[in-house]
Ligand binder design. Structure first.
Ligand code: FEO
Ligand code: CA
Ligand code: CA
Ligand code: CA
Length: 679
């Protein structure tokens, strides 16, 4: 039985001050410790991490750029448990790697090779540090948490791990490759960012910025006969001839390298002798059984293909379909909802075969995209060929539902969905079922758009202003982001209409109250660029994590705790802009009730050049796990030999591990009096 939600009615800690120090700050009365960092071994046979560029065997180590993370409890005898609070598995994303000029330079002795071709020895490390890890953690008798190096549960999924294609796009011709001529399998998961946990106890991981890892020849268009894959490539932010992020395709003739080249290299008509379709196998929500490494992960194509973040389920209701909410994190992209065809059966909360439950709920259903109206309402529009706007779309001819699942952005364009300010994580408030979306920022929002990539303010994305840092660092658009929330109509998970408001606008506390700091944030509450957003099932706290470039002249990235109200608890507000010709542009929006000192406070500030992302907790709410991603990201590759020039030396300066190269890491936070976190 899941823990009963006993929401806190106020936050009990003293706010943490903004900080530029190279350390983790938590409130008085709380402690943290580092438990799992880049390179930590996941089996006894793998050597301790030297952190000097000489390490290998990354398939058996923690990956890089720790991101979204979920808790999977274990009983004392090693069985899945929803109540265990002192032993469990962390299912964790390893999104990317700190890089410059192709090379993941902290992994290589001399910073690595920044020209093509890349050496296979370097690329093999980089292929292995992306993906997911499952790692056992436990609390000792003295209350100290650590990861279990030799646990039989530990495992890695990397860019090369075999996975199933599942759902409507399984077997589609868009997924035919030399590796899987039937279009039913692929290798690896890539750029895993947000996570989710299913009601039946599996891990969901969202593939985000995967597109940049592939390359396709600039002359390939003619070789393929100008097929519609060119329109698809462009819609996912890529162009023919653009270099791949790491040049992995250059490292040799083996398929594990060649697959990153999506040019037409073979002579087949269907792509079964090359990797022209390989990119179509990335960009999904992937389901993983954290408890059972023998099960193949499954790419759940019914949930669409885009720059996925988290996947958050609405509260399951017996006998009703499940709803899963998702965002597409790119400027001007969309918010989505998947509704299962199957009705929820409480017996599936603890199924004998977890991946079979995934087949039941995640492979068939309806995919919707959100359209927000200026009166505070909104609609979910189904993405299906039965919609004439999709069937008759002039920019792309959809062949079947599988094509819609692969080219979801194009289908959402066809129905005129609302272009959002970069939807990052979403999470569902356990107190009332409302869905919160972090809209992190959007540098392309303009009062008067001057190119096709720019967009005018609308009610759900109403702010346009300039955040002044000086010189070229000034940022125009919506530099600080906001958090929007949705209340479903009376049909609940299957509702096709909803109401919404903006829970919180990010802003510096000193910014203009009437136009920028619309939520009246104080210096204990101010934030920029909300990204990670996770509700605690035990305390009801909404944890807000930042990935910011606009406020980093004043503070490192942070995490705040919030106890929000509900949609409609605030007021309508009209923002007025003046166009170049002197005419007015008025935008109505809906601003949630301003937080108080008891309902929003800064809880943590991270070390230099990090982002705070990913959070899970023990079911008793007494320990939370948080990821510190890419500390020291601003280090120049040329300074790899001189630790004094690393922009961060965390976590070695916190006493963790060998070497001074900065490392992404998981920390655990506990309250010194043993109470619930945030109380
Ligand atoms: Fe990986 Fe959109 O953050
Ligand atoms: Ca993110
Ligand atoms: Ca981000
Ligand atoms: Ca990041």
């Amino acid at each position: 039985t899941p823990p009963t939600v006993k929401p806190l009615d106020k936050l009990g800690f003293a706010a943490v001050a903004k900080s530029l120090e190279d350390k983790v700050s938590v409130p008085a009365g709380y402690s943290f410790s580092v438990i799992y960092a880049l390179g930590d071994p996941l089996r006894a046979a793998t050597a301790d991490y030297k952190n000097d560029g000489s390490d290998t065997d990354y398939e058996n180590r923690a990956g890089d750029h720790h991101d979204g993370m979920e808790w999977f409890g274990l009983s004392a005898d090693g069985k899945p448990s929803t109540t265990a609070a002192d032993r469990g598995l962390l299912g964790m994303n390893h999104e990317a790697t700190t890089d410059e000029k192709l090379s993941s330079f902290f992994l290589h002795a001399n910073g690595g090779t920044s020209t093509l071709p890349r050496p296979a020895s370097e690329v093999d490390k980089e292929l292995a540090i992306h993906g997911v890890s499952v790692v056992e953690v436990k609390k000792a008798g003295d209350g100290k948490w650590s990861y279990v190096k030799d646990s039989a549960f530990n495992y890695r999924l990397t860019t090369l791990t075999e996975m199933e294609i599942s759902g409507p796009a399984r077997g589609n011709k868009l997924l035919v490759t030399k590796y899987s001529p039937t279009g039913t399998k692929t290798r690896g998961t890539l750029n895993n960012c947000g996570t989710g946990k299913t009601p039946w106890g599996t891990l969901l991981t969202g593939e985000e910025n995967w597109a940049g890892y592939f390359t396709r020849s600039s002359t390939d268009d003619a070789a393929r006969g100008n097929d519609k894959s060119v329109a698809a490539l462009k819609r996912y932010g890529r162009s023919q001839g653009a270099a791949s992020r790491h040049g992995w395709e250059s490292a040799g003739s083996e398929d594990k390298y060649v697959r990153w080249n999506n040019s037409k290299l073979g002579s087949s008509a269907d792509g079964s002798d090359d990797y022209r379709n390989e990119m179509n196998a990335q960009g999904y929500i992937v389901e993983i059984d954290a408890y059972d490494k023998s099960k193949l992960a499954k790419k759940r194509t019914a949930l669409g293909r885009f720059a996925h973040e988290s996947a958050a389920f609405g509260t399951p209701v017996v006998g009703k379909p499940l709803a899963a909410y998702m965002g597409d994190d790119s400027r001007g992209e969309y918010i989505y909802k998947f509704v299962s065809a199957a009705n929820w059966d409480a017996a599936d909360a603890n199924p004998a075969n977890r991946m079979a439950a995934g087949d039941k709920y995640l492979d068939s259903g309806k995919l919707y995209v959100a359209k927000f109206a200026s009166d505070g309402s909104g609609q979910w529009i189904e993405l299906a060929l039965s919609n004439s706007a999709i069937a008759g779309y002039s920019a792309y001819a959809f062949a079947d539902q599988g094509d819609i699942c692969v080219n979801t952005r194009l289908a959402a364009d066809a129905v005129g969905a609302t272009k959002m300010d970069r939807p990052e994580w979403c999470s569902v408030n356990p107190a009332n079922g409302e869905i919160y979306f972090a809209l992190t920022n959007n540098s392309n929002r303009r009062v008067e758009p001057s190119s096709s990539s720019q967009m005018a303010p609308d009610s759900a994305n109403p702010r346009v202003y300039t955040d002044v840092k000086g010189g070229s660092s000034n940022q125009t658009g919506n530099p600080n982001g906001h958090i929007l929330r949705i209340k479903e109509g009376s049909a609940g998970s299957t509702a096709t209409s909803f109401t919404w408001d903006v829970y919180l606008f990010g802003a510096e506390s000193t910014a203009a109250a009437g136009s920028i700091n619309l939520s009246s944030l104080t210096s204990d509450q101010d934030l920029s660029s909300p990204d990670g957003l996770v509700f605690s099932p035990s305390t009801g706290i909404c944890w807000i994590q930042t990935d910011d470039g606009a406020y980093t002249d004043v503070t490192n990235c942070m995490m705040l705790a919030a106890i929000p109200g509900q949609v409609g608890d605030g007021a309508k507000k009209t923002l007025s802009y003046t166009k170049a010709d002197g005419s007015a542009l008025n935008v109505d929006t809906y601003v949630g009730k301003a937080p108080t000192a008891d309902t929003l406070k800064r809880f943590l500030v991270g070390p230099k050049d990090c982002e705070i992302t990913g959070l899970c907790e023990t079911p008793d709410g007494k320990a939370i796990f948080v990821n510190i991603q890419h500390p020291g990201e601003g280090t120049a590759m040329a300074n790899i030999g001189d630790p004094s020039k690393y922009s961060s030396q965390w976590p070695s300066n916190a006493g963790y591990g060998a070497g001074k190269r900065p490392r992404s890491a998981t920390i655990v936070i506990t309250k010194n009096d043993g109470g619930r976190i945030g109380s």
